[in-house]
Structures are given as C-alpha cells and as structure tokens.
Design a protein around this ligand. Sequence first.
Ligand SMILES: [Zn+2]
Length: 540
Amino acid sequence: MYCDIVIKNGKIIDGTGNPWYHGDIGIKDGKIAEIGPHLKGGKEIDATGKAVCPGFIDMHSHTDYILPFFNSMESFIRQGITTCVVGMCGTSMAPIHPEKKDVFKEILSHFIPLFKDFEFTWCTFTEYLVEMEKIDVPLNVAFCVGYENVRICGGTGFENRQPTSEELEKMKEYVREAMEAGAFGMSTGLIYAPQVYAKTEEIIELANVVAKYNGLYFSHIRGEGGTVIDAVKEFITIVEKSGCRGGQIAHHKASGKPFWGTSEQTLQLIEEANKNGVNVTCDSYPYNRGLSTLMTALPLWAQEGGPEKIMERLQNLDVRENIKKEIMSTDTLEGWENWIKINGFDRLYISLAHTEKWKDTRGKSISEITKMKGKANEWETFFELLIDEELGVFITLESMGEEDIKRIMASRYQMVGTDGSGIPNDPSLGAFHPRFYGTYPRILGKYVREEKVLTLEDAIRKMTSFPAQRLGLQNRGLLKKNMWADMVVFDPETVIDKATYEDPHQFPEGIGCVIVNGEIVVENGVQIERYPGKILKRPT
Ligand SMILES: [Zn+2]
C-alpha cells in the first residue's frame, strides 16, 4: 500500500506497555494503515534512533477556558498532547442558566479578564458543543460537565445549603442534558465554594445520572492534605453507590509537609476498592507545586456568597482580623486546606496577578513580595493583593513531597494529566505553571531516563492507552492498524522539560514530530498551523 505519510525506522512503543520494536508506520486517510518493514509513502519521516508512540492523552485539562480566545494550544501540541479532557474540578463552560449569564461572566472574568467582553452564545451543553465545533482545534478535545455549573443552574447557587428536592431534580436534568450531548462524565471540585457545600448524598444522586449514560465521575476530592484519606473514602463511596462505571481522582497528591507519606494509604484504598469491584483510578502531574487561586486560602465562611460578598468582607478590618485568627488557630478543616498555616507564606508564590501594581510579583513568594514592596507584614500583602486584584490572583504552592509524587506516579492506577491548559507562547499572559508546557517531557526525561521511576514503555502506557481505555475511546491510544493516527516521535535520550516556575513559557526539548488524526502538527520540533483536531463525544 502507498501511504500518505510513513514514519520510518523508529523504535515503536505501541502504548500497551509492551517492550518496543523496530518498524515503519504508514498513515492513510487519518488512520494507521499499516505497520511493518519497508513501507512507502508520499511523505517519509526518518525516525532512526527515535521513539514513536501514540499521542499523549491529557486526562485533566482546563483548556476550555482558553479555547474561546486562543486556539493554537502551543504549550500542549509542543509536548505531544493530541487529546485533552476538559471541564475538570467541577467547572465547565456549560451549562449556563440563561438568566445568570452575567453572574457566570463575572465569576470567570475575576480570573480571566478576557471574559469581561465575552458574549456567551450558548446556554445548554448541546449548544456549547455546537459552538466549540466551530473553532478550529489542533488537537482532540473531550468534554465533561462541571458540578458548579449544575448547582448554579439548578438554583442553589452560592448559598451554603442543600438543594430542595425540586432543585435537585433540576440539577439532574442539567446533568442528563450534558450527558446526552456527549459529555464523558461529570466533575466536582469539592474544596471550592460553592461546591464544597455539597453533601455526599447529593453528589451520589447526580453521579447516578452519569452512571445511566455509562459516564465517568471525575473529582478534585474534598481534601488533599490532612483530610485526604477521608476524601478518598468519600470519593470511593460516591463511585460505588452511584453505580458509575468508573471514577477518577484528579491530580492526586499528599499536600502539605505534615501529610507527606499519606499517599501510601490512599493508594492502598484505591487498590482495595478495585479488588472489591469499584473501578477507581487517578491522574497526577510531575511537579511539587500545585496551582490554585489565592482566594481559596480564606476560611470557608469568608468565601461564601460569591465575589461581591467576599470583597465586602475583605474591606472590613474586623473581618480581616477574624480571618487571620481562624487561619492561625486551625490546622485543617473538612474541605479547607488552610495553606497559609500548613505551608507558610514563604511557600506560596504568586503565579499570575493582573494589575500594574502587582504585575512584577509574578514568580515571587508572599514573603519575598512583602519585603520587596515594603509592607508591614505578610497579612497586609495577602489582603491587599486579594482586594486590588478583585480576587483574581493565581498562586503556586510548594506543598508536595518527592516521595509521594513518585509513589503515585508508579502506581498502576495512575495515568498522566497536566491540570493545565494549551496556551499560546505569550509570556504577557502571565506565569501560570510550568506543567502547561512540560508535564509529559518531564516524566520521560526526569522520571524515566534519569531517575528510573518508570520504564519508558510503562510511562507511555500511562500517557496513551490507559486514559483512552478509561474514556472508552476504542480507536485511540495505541499504535495499531485502523486506529486514528495520533502520534509522537521523540528522542528518549534528550527529551526533557524546560519550563520553570520563574519562566514557565518554555517549550520542551526532544519532541520532534506530532501527528493528530493523520496530519503533522509539529515537524522538526516546530508547530505547523494546522487544525486537524476533533471535538470528541462520549462513545455510545
Ligand atoms: Zn483541581
């Protein structure tokens, strides 16, 4: 057969976890047409000495916030990601209640100012996917529905209370609509207000709707530090009682030095659940800092009622004093990590601030900023930042231990997720987190080649066939005849991440060629402006 493209003489790592073998791969009409020796094609790519593997599937992405504005997804494409799953941590871009479009816009624009002038042309999940299909994408995108959207649409909103039975029925209807539109599942983010107010029973009810459509339950669980074990238990209960075919713990970690080592127990719980027939897995990224918003460092009561209420509280000096007292007197509360007390202001770094006044604080810790700006103390810096930035401050938080990172990575229930977004290579967008650029090359370079935490074949399995199987994508994630030709050619001897916390907009090295649905999107390490990606729907 004469193929469109042939990748010649590569070490084929097929995604199953089996050892590599030599061969040529022929691509025709977007799919893998043939694997064997001496194939001929219109375009031939020499992969001598290089590894050839399926494209990476990012199980946990927030690219949905970026997609309406930027579609180049450079930070993802250049690290070999060919499919990403969005709508994570309980937040998605649909559904939006028609009468609450302004509220939604307000929430989003606190963190991404571009939303201030954005017109939402959709309300339902179906309408949203239709709009997303109009955008040219360089890689495939799979969507999930966020619990926060469902809660706001259902009427409970930001209030700290349980939904009435009528509201709960409405919420179920929104989940149903999203699943029928093609969502792969529902996600929750149970440390974030207002999601944190949801009781286990309520989530089981909603996840039960997901189960009826053979979807997955994804969760940023109720605690990742002092309460991580209980949070994993709650997560397993939700998957079991709802009857979901599977559950996915998002960006699994043991956060906060006093709690390092607890991943031993959480992985044990995951193992036991699987033995008992409850199919739960997790994803993680290879960095010791998390990314969040500064606002989440506030006690839960101070986060109640939405942005306006929170701002009011922060202006009040007595309330500030109460916030400070509560933070310093409590180690951890259910659903609240208390990052300031546990990690300290010196391990809490500003990754993105928008105003002129604070722009130059990017990459610096609150302690450093306090000195730099001549503030009386770190609390003053903390409150001023929140007020001036109208809450829209992103932080990175040095909270994880290397042993937990490796233990989770080595677990057979783990797969890879960036917890990042495909963004354009534009430093003016802010610092964010190096994982946006470096997740996959960092695992292949640091954890496979240098530290030998995983074999190359097993790492590739966790990046390809495992997430594909999880999502029910029968025709992706493996190098096999008739699969979609999503592929990466990389140099296992040199592949490495280059992005750092101080300078996160750096492309990795060693990723030579990336192919999406049979079209080359990266050649000789350079992105080509092509958009062969597809909006994926849950297979039925
Ligand atoms: Zn999360």
